[in-house]
Write a new protein. Structure first.
Length: 294
């Protein structure tokens, strides 16, 4: 099953696919899309995101953006996906409405995996059916109705992510501070590599941030900054022909040596060794879903 809504004047796109891996290759504009993927099968699905293997179990939901490089290892097992571009619904511009950046979309380092159980499954299945009904209803408010449904889907996913992925010890203000930190890192990581830089932008002290993050997944703010740098380095090494020197400069390093040292410390191999391993692993494979690096 495949449904599509477009607005030609704006270039807006919303798609619903029950066989995402297959339909993705029919998307001429796939590099500009954001995806919410949902495993509605009775078997886990193996996915590689930025060359890292991920298992998406039954009734688990995750998200993908155009910055990521994704490969499905079980192309015969269908995945349900809601795909849209910023012309249809810009999550950056509407962040105050859905508060999803830094939790399920941009700004989060780890791939978010949301688990559905019991009534949640029934609720999401009902929303899925309402989507189908609205795709069949052709009138002058169809676009707005579909946007409302997508917004509802994003909010429901974000709420579950907050419950499942963020410790309950934090209140909404603390969660929002963590979220904004992640978003700022995602925007500025190439030029700002000190916790103080982000603390200043958030009007907090570095110690306040460090204490808060000690309650959250046990990753320090500095570790999050470094992980974002290395994530981009991995993307550039794996999916471009740029040299290690070019990548180091692009990521804000004045010299190659500090970049090599940070990369090897976090990945246990040098950038050159990582690039060689990735290209060996991907040799002869052409089923990669490509995204763009920022």
């Amino acid at each position: 099953m495949y449904k599509e809504y477009t607005e030609n004047t704006l270039g807006a796109i919303l798609r619903l696919s029950d066989f995402f891996q297959q339909d993705f290759f029919n998307y001429a504009d796939s590099q500009n899309l954001i995806h919410i993927i949902w495993n509605r099968n009775d078997t886990p699905i193996q996915v590689e995101v930025d060359a890292i293997p991920i298992s998406l179990n039954t009734h688990e939901i995750s998200t993908l953006t155009y910055l990521q490089h994704t490969r499905f290892l079980q192309k015969q097992v269908p995945i349900t996906a809601f795909s849209f571009n910023r012309e249809f619904y810009c999550i950056q511009d509407h962040d105050q409405e859905v508060s999803c950046n830094g939790i399920i979309f941009f700004g989060t380092q780890d791939l978010p995996i949301i688990r559905l159980e019991g009534d949640q499954i029934r609720s999401f299945e009902l929303l899925y059916q309402v989507f189908l009904e609205e795709f069949r209803t052709r009138d002058n408010i169809q676009g707005e109705m579909l946007r409302m449904l997508l917004k509802r889907l994003i909010i429901k996913c974000t709420r579950l992510a907050k419950e499942q992925l963020i410790t309950q010890k934090l209140d909404n203000t603390q969660i929002d501070l963590i979220r904004r930190f992640h978003v700022l890192v995602d925007i500025h990581f190439k030029k700002k590599r000190q916790v103080k830089d982000y603390a200043d932008m958030l009007y907090k002290s570095p110690k306040t941030l460090s204490n808060l993050f000690a309650m959250y997944k046990q990753k320090s703010p500095m570790q999050i900054i470094h992980e974002r740098i290395i994530l981009e380095a991995r993307r550039l090494l794996a999916y471009t022909d740029k040299s290690t020197k070019e990548i180091a400069y692009e990521l804000g390093f004045e010299e190659v040596s500090p970049f090599n040292k940070m990369f090897k410390k976090m990945m246990q191999v040098s950038p050159g060794e990582f690039k060689k391993q990735i290209h060996t692993d991907y040799s002869g494979k052409n089923d990669q879903l490509s995204g763009k690096s920022n």
